[in-house]
Ligand binder design. Structure first.
Ligand code: AVI
Length: 350
């Protein structure tokens, strides 16, 4: 197991709100994450085509900027997904079932989760999984305060690595994994199938996966979602370099890099890059990297699907599509998937 679980206990009698107690090895996990950032940054910048995994966007500042992106007029996924969930909540609640254990992958601010928990029939437990410890604990405390009968079991882990789920409370129902926001689009197609297969293993034969997937649409609309007029997405992208300055004693001059995002139609994905405005040399953790003028660092892929393409991906991962919902403009989709019974023994294999 790579992810380190953190348990949380909530003092429900307290007048000052939920009290958090950390147990386990949360601090060690933070160190592990810092070490991985160092290693992935150094290897990514040493590549002929420089690239850094997009999961490193989400330090505290990056998580705050991402929340701001979700509020932007141009960034349609968040509000479209929320409205799909709202409009189909009765059907979703019926599929998830009573006394459910809800696992929230990349919980973020937890707004969509709150919507689910509000409507589910006596949910038994809530397990947010997030690498950003501060945000994880904040969200856990808030939801524990709002849903006092819920067992809150936060797991501080990088869910792109294998991790264990805590044991569900006795007498609880099945497990539903909630993976909203089209974060599946940030995986390449091969990785996405592998990830879904692993998730099918986690929710077991009785459980399911509720997942949000962004859809292909007009190129100008996609391009403006990743090039907003307030420049928040640019700040979010550049924060990766600022994070390297803060955590790796790097010497990036943020004014000497620019945000570049575009829809690659042939590949069906948004690509985000940081482009060097001039030839420059930058130290990162004691190693000096050279950037040619206009050389780019790939920071994110965000794949867009059609409903049909996503169903193909789910089938490849051994999942059965129970139900899919979209908004009337077909901008975004939400799917409820289950592990295919006869394929369940493959779960976890690449
Ligand atoms: C988290 N993820 C699904 C977002 C996306 O749209 O790919 C991250 C993001 N990048 C730029 N804007 C938002």
């Amino acid at each position: 197991m790579i992810g380190t679980s953190t348990s949380i206990s909530v003092d429900r009698d307290s007048e000052v709100g939920p009290k958090l107690e950390l147990a386990g090895k949360a601090g060690c996990n933070a160190e592990l994450i810092a070490e991985r950032f160092r290693r992935d940054m150094l290897t990514g910048l040493a590549r002929r085509e420089k690239a850094v995994p997009c999961k490193y966007f989400y330090d505290e500042e990056g998580a705050r900027l991402f929340e701001a992106i979700c509020e932007l007029e141009e960034y349609y996924p968040t509000r479209t997904e929320t409205s799909i969930l709202q409009q189909n909540i009765d059907e979703i609640v019926a599929l998830v079932g009573s006394r459910a254990n809800l696992v929230d992958l990349g919980s973020g601010s937890g707004q969509k989760t709150r919507l689910l928990l509000k409507h589910l029939d006596r949910p038994a437990s809530y397990c947010p999984v997030d690498v950003a410890l501060e945000q994880l604990l904040e969200c856990s405390a808030r939801l524990a305060g709002q849903f006092p009968s819920l067992e809150v079991q936060p797991v501080c882990a990088d869910y792109t690595d294998p991790f264990d789920l805590p044991a569900p409370p006795p007498g609880s129902g099945s497990t539903t994994l909630f993976f909203p926001g089209s974060t599946i689009g940030n995986f390449g197609p091969g990785e996405a199938a592998w990830f879904l297969r692993r998730m099918a293993g986690l929710c077991g034969p009785a459980g399911g996966l509720l997942i949000g997937v962004d859809l292909r649409k007009s190129v100008p609309m996609l391009n403006s979602a990743y090039n907003d007029s307030k420049g928040i997405t640019a700040q979010f992208n550049l924060n990766l370099l600022a994070r390297a300055n803060r955590e790796l004693q790097a010497g990036f001059d943020l004014g000497q890099f620019r945000h570049h995002a575009f829809y690659n139609e042939a590949a069906g994905r948004i690509e985000m890059h940081l482009v060097s405005r001039r030839r420059q040399r930058v130290p990162v953790d004691g190693t000096c990297f050279t950037f040619a003028r206009d050389e780019s660092v790939l920071t994110e892929h965000s794949y867009k699907y059609t409903v049909g393409l996503f169903h193909e991906l789910a089938a490849k991962a051994g999942l059965e599509v129970v139900r899919s919902w979209t908004d009337e403009r077909q901008w975004f989709s939400v799917h409820y998937l289950k592990a295919r019974q006869h394929g369940a023994h493959h779960a976890g294999q690449a």
